[in-house]
Design a protein around this ligand. Sequence first.
Ligand code: COA
Length: 283
Amino acid sequence: MSTSEGTAVEPWGNTVRVEFDEDKIAWVHFNRPEKRNAMNPTLNREMYATLDFLETDDRCAVLVLTGSEDSWSAGMDLKEYFRETDGQPRSVQNKVRTEGTNWQFRKLLSYSKPTIAMVNGWCFGGAFVPLVSCDLAIAAEDATFGLSEVNWGVTPGNLVTRALAETIPTRDAMYYIMTGDHFDGRKAEQMRLVNEAVPADQLRDRTIELAKKLTSLSQSVVRGAKMGFRHSRLMSWEVAEDFLYAKHDQAILFDTDARTQGMTQFLDDKTYRPGLGTYSTAE
Ligand code: COA
């Protein structure tokens, strides 16, 4: 999106809220708190435009996806995403569905910057797709999760089931998909749906700590490392070998200094140990 002068216009402000801080963390909020941040078609479009915009915005080195007020996201909007598209032509339904998946996994799963889901409250149904699509996830211990679809008479929609198969053990996935029981952040951590669960009053600080760790490293190397893992797991070993070495070489090409400094400071200067920390980027 741009003005007639060519200046980019920030595409959020209605159903998505974005804040920046001095650590180059972009805090992207689901922003329909009165609807517990349920994702309606407008939010899906706005979130895609927001993510797209932030990929080239230098204020964003790490993207944190969180929710306004007491909810992360209550999943797809039952009224606007489901009921109001019932009876619409199939082409309209397909468009609405694709606009959801466009950002929830197409954009987010291979996002060019590190992403962290900071789950601050309710997280239901369709919200599991962006949750899993984020690279890392931290939840409040008292956040509430659920595959609630069976509770209102449908199977898990969108790519929820695929996202679960990617992340949590089969027994847990089957149990929660089939019963619709809800669970808390501690259980989500236990199942590895999130990296960790922390008391709610520590959630933001812990997220900042993790984000700063990511921004302290070479961005090209972090990107190559995450893409390597995301994509190679579905490849044969032979194809993965070729792809991963290409990623390896690409990361060096984009940031030669990181590797040079990393080796020099360890092998020659002996100022750090890579097994125990990272090299210094100080001038
Ligand atoms: N879709 C549409 N509207 C939703 C919604 C959703 N997924 N989740 C919440 N809302 C709306 C409610 O209809 C209500 O709207 P209203 O004020 O116009 O009546 C408003 O958000 C507040 O919801 P309410 O249920 O009163 O809030 P709560 O704090 O008591 O409960 C939840 C929160 C999340 C437990 C509850 O709203 C809920 O179960 N939502 C549905 C979750 C779900 O099954 N999602 C899966 C979708 S795939």
